[in-house]
Design a protein. Sequence first.
Length: 309
Amino acid sequence: MSADESAEKSNVAVIGLGSMGFGMANSLVRCGHSVVGYDPSATAREKLAATGARIATSPGDAATNASVVLCVVVNSAQTDAVLFGDGGVFPMMAPGSVFISSATMAPTEAKRLSSRLAERDILYLDAPISGGAAKAASGALTIMASGSPIAFDQVRHVLDAIATKVYRLGDEPGIGASVKMINQHLAGIHIAAACEAMVLASKLGLDLSTVYEVITASAGNSWMFENRVPHILDGDYRPLSSVEIFVKDLGILEDIARAERYPVPLAAAALQMYLATAGAGMGRDDDASVARTYAALSGVSLPSTKAAS
């Protein structure tokens, strides 16, 4: 990136200030962008205000005078509400401005939203994210993006403030969404597998810390195993990524696979464990809570659970 590019700044509206959106907004502030944020939660708004960003009273208010709107919500329904609901951003965005959508959604939904924005010459970048709250906070996310070259060129400096890896996957919205679903397919299975394996280790009377040390140095390791098993060892299920996220994402995956007449039995089995965990009242807890479902089914004791919040 050239010195001129690194110096480029924008007025950026960030809608959705959860663990990911807050970190992304804070990264933009650190890089010198003019940031205005909105979230329904007063606590989230106050937290962002402490970083020096401005706070809006609605998504539309945030989008006023913004050249870029970064939407970091959960799904396509929430994205649709941000755009077209009461107080939405669509009427406030100027032609030629860019809407960056980071929600996980079906590719067909990304295409639909892009088409609606094109009616007013608003550019749409299909840009799902990966990396978790820690990487969001440090500006080190991975972005799987697709959209027109013009959209990419206009927001490249914004993407560089929030990510260390930006993949340009194609010119059509929906490609980024498709790649994110492949990532979620694997991530959902890997977390469920890690939980299943660790509860089995406990059932066999093994020391779980030792098992973790051995597996992370062995071929059975995965990024999700290494990242989530410490939550089990610490009995800490405060949500960094909740069970409900994978209820949603693997549900979308099954819909896509069914439409393609493609079997996804491993993802289907993992989804049942997330559903069982959510049904047991742990939907808003960390996704490593799947281990607690396995433990309850098998009569296994896990490390003492800290209060989830």
